[in-house]
Write a protein that binds this ligand. Structure first.
Ligand code: ZN
Length: 448
């Protein structure tokens, strides 16, 4: 590697405690809607005021606020006591690959079985969803006194399973068998199940009359809770680490940070796994709308606002691939992150990652101040990578930005593996980042 850090299995008590709190957050977040709901509760408890987008805002110096779009994307910010100098932004995503239930979900199947009709959301490793307890979470709309309201729903018990075909019927199964989502992935709800039972269950769980349900937006989630494992409990294994691990660490750093003359802005976007071009995704006007309102609320003129934008910075925090212990060949020979090696700085020559020399230098300085290790990631030069929140946000808001993440294995499996120590490293780095004031000098040099 370009840069070597001692990898120690040992983690501090502080990092272990933080990782257990991450497990609690993952448990509270079976869907993107629940993740944003959990974050909203945390922000309210920390004294943040919710600002609905559809009402005029009155912002006060020193005020702490957040807003939500589409029940699944969130932006939180703090105003400095004086005139804001710019925006220090960090962004992660609330969604993960899963199987989405069809509106007409019940699917009568052979043997008196009732299954539920599903459609893949994002690019999951679907085999990892089989042969384990699953359930359902998401949101529904209900009619209440002529209004259309959304309600969160979680069936908080083991409800479903996607059974494999026995090896006796398919001797080739361990050589890799394609799964057809339409055929193989509908989960089993029961046998001898009466038609309409599923909708009745959802109504019961939501505490509403069945007739009141207008529409549903429900997803499967794996029931097995996350855990710490490894010989020294240095690993965390759980569903949805991509990207709730980064979201959690950024939120904790955001809340722990001290005073800054820049505006700290925490963004959590939905729909990263399906391309971000939705009403609340990173490829929407959500962030630029909110920054403009902050500028107006803080009394910045149009000219002041543009100068503030030019004194801003974006950290796009999304998990990265650690080198796989069985398959080192997929990694670049020099720039491969390891579990427990610290925060990953992602590079791509074609700018699929937004990191450039200047933004990387700024972020390295943050990590140095936080005393946390940094490691590098590049895709193997012949393997293409995907787009990120960073370059999608850059299309709307052109500020220096850096793509970072935490190293993990088994990305997009129903259970993923990451490091306890790295979670703590990102939290400390973000605490430093959000505590600083960014100054961009007339010659373009930056001081944080
Ligand atoms: Zn991700």
């Amino acid at each position: 590697m370009g840069e070597k850090h001692p990898i120690t299995g040992g983690t501090t008590m502080q990092d272990q405690t933080l990782a257990r709190q991450l497990l609690d957050f993952l448990q509270e977040s079976p869907s993107c809607y629940h993740a944003v709901d959990a974050l909203s509760r945390t922000l309210r408890e920390a004294g943040y005021t919710f600002l609905p987008e559809a009402r005029p805002w009155a912002l006060a110096p020193g005020g702490k606020y957040f807003t939500v779009r589409g029940d699944s994307s969130l932006i939180a910010f703090r105003l400095p006591a004086g005139r804001p100098r710019g925006f220090l932004i960090a962004a992660g995503h609330s969604d993960s690959p899963t199987l989405k239930l069809r509106e007409n979900a019940e699917l009568p199947s052979p043997g008196g079985a009732m299954r539920l009709s599903v459609e893949p959301y994002g690019g999951g490793i679907w085999r990892s969803w089989m042969d384990r307890p699953l359930s359902v979470a998401g949101r529904i709309t209900v009619e209440a006194e002529g209004r259309i309201e959304t309600r969160l729903v979680q069936v908080d018990r083991d409800l479903l399973v996607i059974p494999s075909v026995a090896i006796h019927m398919n001797r080739e199964v361990n050589k890799g068998t394609a799964l057809d989502p339409a055929v193989d992935l509908p989960p089993l709800l029961g046998v001898g199940t009466e038609a309409g039972s599923f909708r009745a269950l959802i109504a019961r769980e939501a505490g509403v009359a069945e007739e009141a349900i207008l529409t549903t937006e429900l997803f499967l989630y794996p029931r097995t809770p996350g855990t710490l494992l490894g010989i020294q409990e240095e690993l965390i294994a759980a569903p949805r680490l991509d990207d709730l691990q980064c979201v959690f660490a950024c939120t904790r750093g955001f809340l722990a940070a001290g005073e800054s003359e820049s505006v700290p802005v925490l963004c959590v976007f939905n729909n990263e796994e399906v391309g971000s071009n939705t009403r609340q995704g990173a490829d929407s006007t959500f962030l630029t709308d909110i920054l403009a309102r902050i500028g107006e609320g803080a009394g910045l003129s149009g000219e002041d606002y543009r100068a503030a934008i030019a004194s801003s910075f974006l950290v796009s925090a999304d998990n990265a691939h650690a080198v796989h212990p069985a398959h080192g060949e997929y990694a670049d020979k020099n720039e491969f992150p390891v579990l427990g090696g610290g925060i990953v700085l992602k590079y791509n020559a074609n700018q699929r990652y937004t990191t450039d020399a200047l933004s990387a230098a700024v972020f390295r300085q943050v990590c140095r101040m936080a005393e946390v290790p940094v490691q590098l990631y590049s895709n193997r030069a012949d393997l293409p990578g995907g787009s990120t929140l960073g370059n999608i946000s850059s299309a709307h808001l052109s500020v220096p930005s850096v793509d970072i993440g935490l190293p993990q294995l088994a990305m997009h499996a129903s259970w993923e593996v990451a490091s306890v120590a790295d979670t703590g490293a990102l939290m400390r780095a973000m605490e430093v980042y959000f505590s600083r004031t960014l100054q961009v000098l007339p010659d373009g040099s930056m001081q944080l």
